[in-house]
Design a protein around this ligand. Structure first.
Ligand SMILES: N[C@@H](CCC(=O)N[C@@H](CS)C(=O)NCC(=O)O)C(=O)O
Length: 204
């Protein structure tokens, strides 16, 4: 299998962590492509022009990180592993919901970085503020809800949240997301020392 990644994409990191946690990393060749600098090459494989994208051994394209994670998790289950997407229908919904919240943080944070890269006269304070507010509110919600929204353990939702918080550290240090959120900060500490997390640090 070939997984198209960029070394800074939090969505690609989520897929790589799930693959490592499910013992699949040896089966995957990573191919680093920058969505803007390598746009034509990436678009030849993924019409959406985004990373991550997976090409399976039988040459099928799988796009969008939640689907790629589900695809890899299913492969791991066929090899005798426990699913990281939940044990039953209601657990799966909680995990999908947790992943959606974390992915939403990543998306807003990524779009803020893209906005910074545009010529100054095209900058939009309206959109930057709107995205920052969405991140702030979602972090506060996660802090308040705790394990009702983010159950304990290593699963797709906790992997996604670790990637979202890691991306805030990487790209939005000024947000100081730990400030006033001791629960989330303590939760993240356990992730910071984990092998799969350390091995997938974003490279500037
Ligand atoms: N929903 C997608 C989001 C992926 C995404 O936004 N990837 C960014 C890099 S972090 C990208 O390739 N952007 C290029 C573009 O949107 O043109 C997923 O979960 O995989």
């Amino acid at each position: 299998m070939e997984l198209m990644v960029s070394p800074t994409s939090p969505f690609a990191r989520k897929v790589q962590i799930l693959a490592r946690e499910q013992g699949l990393s040896e089966a995957i060749n990573l191919r680093a492509l920058h969505p803007l600098d390598d746009a034509a090459e990436l678009a030849r494989m993924n019409p959406l022009g985004r990373v991550p994208a997976l090409i399976t051994d039988d040459d099928k394209l799988v796009v969008d990180s939640p689907i790629i994670c589900a695809w890899l998790d299913n492969l791991a289950v066929t090899q005798g592993r426990d699913s990281m997407l939940g044990d039953n229908a209601s657990h799966r919904l909680v995990i999908q919901q947790g992943q959606a919240l974390a992915d939403g943080i990543m998306e807003s944070a990524f779009l803020m970085v893209m906005e910074r890269g545009r010529p100054e006269r095209q900058h939009s304070d309206f959109w930057q503020d709107r995205r920052r507010d969405a991140i702030t509110r979602t972090l506060d919600y996660l802090e308040a809800q705790g394990d009702a929204v983010m159950p304990a353990g290593i699963h797709l939702a906790s992997i996604a949240l670790a990637c979202a918080l890691g991306y805030l550290d990487f790209r939005h240090d000024a947000m100081q997301w730990r400030s006033g959120r001791p629960g989330l900060a303590a939760w993240f500490k356990a992730w910071e020392g984990r092998d799969s997390f350390m091995a997938t640090q974003p490279l500037a």
